[in-house]
Design a protein around this ligand. Structure first.
Ligand code: SF4
Length: 74
């Protein structure tokens, strides 16, 4: 399988998603459904959540498919 990395940003934080690692636990969607919407395209809409909410949710991801970087820490 190809190594794909997708990035989504709200201008403050960048959400990094590696679909090959996702185990589809659904935890992100249950925790922050306005941002993580598996049935929609794009499925991640970072503008719908605060940076704090996004970071807290990403830390729950069991597979490591979700990670983040702060945009001011290049
Ligand atoms: S929490 Fe992580 S492993 Fe679970 S669905 Fe979301 S991205 Fe995939």
């Amino acid at each position: 399988m190809r190594n794909i990395t997708k990035k989504y940003t709200n201008g403050e934080v960048t959400i990094v998603w590696q679909p090959n690692m996702c185990c589809h636990s659904g935890l992100c969607a249950q925790t922050l459904p306005k941002v993580f919407r598996p049935m929609e395209k794009p499925w991640i809409v970072p503008e719908n959540g605060t940076t704090e909410q996004i970071v807290d949710t990403i830390k729950l991801c069991p597979s490591g498919a979700l990670s983040y970087k702060m945009n001011d820490q290049e």
